[in-house]
Design a protein around this ligand. Structure first.
Ligand SMILES: C[S@@+](CC[C@H](N)C(=O)[O-])C[C@H]1O[C@@H](n2cnc3c(N)ncnc32)[C@H](O)[C@@H]1O
Length: 349
């Protein structure tokens, strides 16, 4: 059983999961805290964790590992307790985790999950980004060229290929297997279709969905008690397989090298829950480049910068969707929405 600061970190993660409607994942955190001890390699590694467990997302590495084992079908005893089964008793779940950890092969299979930070790509964020694109298309009357910074696996680069209901406005591809229906408040977005001429993304660590191990990791980090998110991720991965992964590189270097205005289309630089991870120098270089490129924009060659980001470090605050548009009239900035961090609700302004 974990004790002290590491036990507190597992308890804090459990509270966080409950707050975000993942009571089963909360239970896995609590059961893992009971099950880990010096008898397994996983237990020893968690107990001796050298960093700051919460900041390192240690608990999500652990829950991702167990979820991947369950999805692989290797541990029926654990699978029987996972959703859609009813919430188990925490001691029953802890016993099942102990049985997994007591099996040397399963213990060894779990260990690599501690090696790197969880990297996700949340498809529901398109619920927030897509109406922003519709505003840009309405304001400029031009097709779009998309440049996503911090694109992860590039799932949201295909946002126009998903089916939406945005406050009663249908958008995207109605036949798509990816259905995006956020809880919407406020006025509806402009009702028009968005034409995408080009789409490119960059990430410091791009994920290639052609690699089965990458897909396993991507889906395992989605909380198991959120089947809708898992289904959307799988459907969006199927769409993304038809395209190369995002490029590898720094967001600002990519923007400087690739983003310029062109007559007949709007260049759109966008990012979601990524800016906070960019180093200060990247943030400064990116802002400087956008200002410089914006100064060259015209009504026929506009530049847009769409940001779905946490505005400050306070976790109580909702992320905002902000747009800055350059089209030869100076810098036009507006707040478009506040939204859930995963896009499940949108408060349109
Ligand atoms: C929390 S994830 C968000 C991913 C995606 N935008 C989404 O909404 O699902 C943040 C992403 O930013 C990427 N990232 C961090 N620093 C970066 C940098 N300097 N340049 C480009 N990408 C970066 C990470 O690798 C990660 O994929």
């Amino acid at each position: 059983m974990l004790t002290g600061a590491i036990a507190a970190a597992f308890a804090k993660q459990a509270s966080f999961c409950r707050l975000f409607d993942a009571p089963f994942t909360a239970l896995v955190c609590e059961a893992a805290a009971l099950a880990f001890d010096e008898s397994s390699a996983m237990g020893r590694a968690v107990i001796a964790w050298p960093g700051e467990a919460f900041a390192d997302a240690l608990m999500m590495r652990v829950t991702g590992g167990f979820h991947a084992l369950v999805r692989s079908g290797a541990v029926p005893v654990l699978t029987a307790l996972y959703p859609p089964a009813p919430l188990p008793d925490v001691r029953v779940l802890a016993d099942a985790l102990r049985a997994v950890l007591a099996d040397p092969a399963l213990d060894a299979a779990l260990l690599p999950w501690l090696a790197g930070p969880p990297q996700t790509n949340e498809v529901m964020r398109s619920a927030v980004l897509m109406p922003g694109m519709m505003v840009i298309a309405a304001m400029t009357g031009l097709p779009l060229r998309l440049f996503e910074l911090g694109a992860s696996a590039g799932l949201n680069l295909n946002m126009d290929r998903f089916a939406y209901d945005l406050g009663g406005v249908a958008a995207g591809d109605a036949a798509s297997a990816v259905r995006i229906t956020p809880v919407w408040t406020g006025p509806a977005p402009p009702d028009l279709s968005v034409q995408v001429l080009e789409r490119r993304g960059v990430d410091i660590n791009p994920l290639d969905v052609a690699d089965p191990a990458t897909v396993t990791r991507l889906v395992a980090f989605v909380w198991p008690d959120q089947p809708g998110r898992i289904a959307r991720a799988e459907a969006a991965i199927a769409i993304a397989r038809s395209r190369p992964p995002p490029e590898r590189g720094d967001a600002a270097a990519f923007a400087q090298a690739q983003v310029a205005v062109h007559p007949g289309s709007t260049a759109v630089v966008y990012h979601s829950i990524a800016h906070q991870y960019f180093p200060p120098e990247t943030k400064a270089r990116l802002a400087a480049h956008m200002g410089r490129a914006g100064a060259t924009a015209t009504a026929q060659a506009p530049l847009a910068w769409l940001r779905y980001e946490m505005d400050d470090a306070s976790v109580a605050d909702l992320p905002t969707l902000r747009l800055t548009l350059w089209r030869g009239q100076g810098e036009e900035s507006q707040l478009l929405a506040r939204a859930h961090p995963h896009g499940s609700f949108v408060q349109w302004q």
